[in-house]
Ligand binder design. Sequence first.
Ligand SMILES: CC(C)(COP(=O)(O)OP(=O)(O)OC[C@H]1O[C@@H](n2cnc3c(N)ncnc32)[C@H](O)[C@@H]1OP(=O)(O)O)[C@@H](O)C(=O)NCCC(=O)NCCS
Length: 150
Amino acid sequence: MPTLRLEPLSAANIVAANALTLKKGQEAYATPVSYSTAEHTVNPAAAWPRVVLDGDEVVGFIKGNLDPDEPREEFRCCLWSINVKASAQGRGVGRFAVQALADEARSRGFERLTAIWERGEGGPEEFFLRLGFSPVGETQYGEVLGATHL
Ligand SMILES: CC(C)(COP(=O)(O)OP(=O)(O)OC[C@H]1O[C@@H](n2cnc3c(N)ncnc32)[C@H](O)[C@@H]1OP(=O)(O)O)[C@@H](O)C(=O)NCCC(=O)NCCS
């Protein structure tokens, strides 16, 4: 969609970003346990949080973690979080956001982008597979660890 654009997360858009409403049943997949347990052990300066706008409307949010010094490979260059508003899903917003994160990571010299997701009905697995991620392992919580070459 030509009208999509990214903005850094800021005071001007954080309320709308936090208020994104997902489809019924999707909340359970939005924050894999691996990320919620590691949230306070990663370098905050490594976060790459961006909102996706369609015109003036906030339709999505993505956060990457880009930290070459992170010892845990699965968190070094990863897609930490992605949410697309229910009414805007299925129109390429998620793909646009992940491609932007991949471009950013590539420009910083990373060669692999990882993501962690849970399998299940209403979950994001098909999305990640369509975007070129492949399962490469499993976390201690039984989630899928996926990766794509940049
Ligand atoms: C997963 C999510 C971000 C996808 O966003 P989206 O904007 O609807 O995705 P897109 O429209 O960009 O879809 C990209 C591709 O994935 C496919 N896809 C997306 N969701 C799919 C689904 N549930 N089933 C099958 N295919 C799906 C699309 O068909 C599209 O394929 P194509 O481009 O080859 O035609 C969105 O559903 C969401 O916010 N889910 C809840 C939060 C979540 O689970 N986040 C992941 C945490 S790990």
